[in-house]
Design a protein around this ligand. Structure first.
Ligand SMILES: Cc1ncc(COP(=O)(O)O)c(C=O)c1O
Length: 396
């Protein structure tokens, strides 16, 4: 478990979260709890596989379109989620957000509307507007930090706005919701009724609290009679976005072929980075136990964070069902986000994301990344509490 217990320096790796913290927070050398990668090394076995490839030294154009790659993905879905996937449905892509962009182009026209639950992962905003589509933000209902879907309101939105696409994020970043069978069934029924294509981003699927069951959208493939695509990657779970690589799962051959023709033809991306190919296959084929240890670590981190935040009854925080991202409601503190961030950054030297990054619903929230050894989580949470105590003690 040393990978999960011991904090190692990531400085000097061109790390966005550590080396370039100043870009987001205006100061260098902050302890970061910000963008969603983790401070864990990829599994030892995967490091060995990459080591051997580096030693051999061949990095020519590399093919992903073979069963070794595609079956590693389909077997993972079967093993982890009891979700049958035909390996032929799987297609490599450089990143989930690249695929999202292409799928938006394939499934809608300029000016069309795309609905998503908000708050939401911030790259969704840019991807939708960058493709000249209109975002319809549908707020999740928040009752005491339990987030749910108001299906009556959602139906009205689908009926009146006539969106082309429903962009689902399941498990949901930043609230951590794992949508239930009932919720997904209702959502699919509405998308069928109002002819709304479904894009499901499931990149957070492997990191969940005990007992929380993830249901990939393809579990319901038989019930969906609109275009549907599942986007995911091993990179979130295994902390390998620096290697590149993700995949789309397209049950419909025509849509899959259209995606492939854009990937390979228009965008010139026929070849997968060899390290990304090797890492995805090794992680999915051999690293289930590593994921169990990761989840155990994240569960313990959440318990620590909850304990520390409970000292201040003005902070509302519930451990989420999935992800390694804490969504902390600080609306009851009598300080603005800017006042708090000023003390966090300047005095406590800590970088915790402002919730407003994820939409207006996040205005009074912090998003705290728990993907690190426990010692760092405790340190960060204590810095947050000290910042609040400092503000409380200031002469008004
Ligand atoms: C919901 C969600 N989708 C996609 C991504 C990014 O995936 P990629 O780097 O493969 O585009 C993230 C990263 O934080 C995410 O949280």
């Amino acid at each position: 478990m040393s990978n999960f217990n011991q904090q190692r320096s990531r400085y000097g790796t061109y790390s966005t979260q550590w080396d370039y913290v100043q870009d987001r927070f205006g100061e260098k050398d902050l302890l970061p709890f910000s963008i969603s990668d983790t401070d864990f090394m990829i599994p030892d076995g995967t490091i060995d596989v990459l080591d051997q490839a580096v030693t051999r030294g061949f990095f020519g154009y590399t093919r992903w379109n073979h069963l070794d790659y595609k079956e590693s993905i389909s077997r993972w879905f079967q093993q982890e989620f009891a979700c049958p996937i035909d390996p032929e449905w799987c297609v490599y892509a450089p990143s989930v957000i690249y695929s999202l962009s292409v799928c938006i182009q394939l499934l809608s026209q300029k000016g069309d509307k795309v609905v998503t639950f908000t708050p939401c992962y911030d790259a969704f905003f840019n991807c939708i507007s960058g493709n000249e589509r209109e975002l319809i933000a549908f707020s999740l209902t928040n009752k005491d930090e339990q987030f749910s879907i108001d299906f009556t309101a959602l139906e009205k939105v689908l009926a009146t706005e006539k969106p082309a696409i429903f962009l689902l994020c399941n498990p949901h970043n930043p609230t951590g919701r794992v949508f239930t069978e009932e919720e997904l069934t209702c959502l699919i029924a509405l998308c069928n009724q109002y002819r709304v294509a479904i894009i499901s981003d499931e990149i957070h699927m492997d990191v969940r609290r005990p007992g929380k069951k993830h249901l990939p959208i393809m579990t319901f493939a038989d019930q969906i009679d609109v275009p549907v695509v599942l986007l995911s990657s091993a990179s979130k779970t295994f902390n390998s976005p620096g290697l590149g690589g993700s995949y789309g799962i397209f049950s419909d051959e025509t849509l899959r072929e259209k995606f492939l023709s854009i990937l390979k033809g228009r965008d010139g991306l026929s070849s997968i980075p060899y390290p990304a190919l090797l890492a995805t296959m090794d992680c999915y084929n051999n690293q289930k136990k590593w994921v169990e240890e990761l989840n155990q670590t994240i569960d313990e981190n959440f318990a620590e964070l909850k304990k520390i935040l409970a000292d201040d009854p003005r902070i509302r925080f519930e451990i989420p069902e999935a992800t390694y991202l804490g969504w902390i409601n600080i609306a009851d503190l009598p300080y603005t986000m800017d006042e708090l961030q000023q003390v966090l950054v300047k005095q406590e030297k800590v970088a915790i994301m402002k919730g407003e990054t994820y939409g207006k619903e996040g205005e009074h929230y912090l998003r705290f990344n728990l993907g690190a050894p426990k010692g760092k989580i405790i340190d960060g949470a204590e810095r947050l509490m000290r910042a609040i105590r400092y503000l409380d003690g200031r002469p008004s």
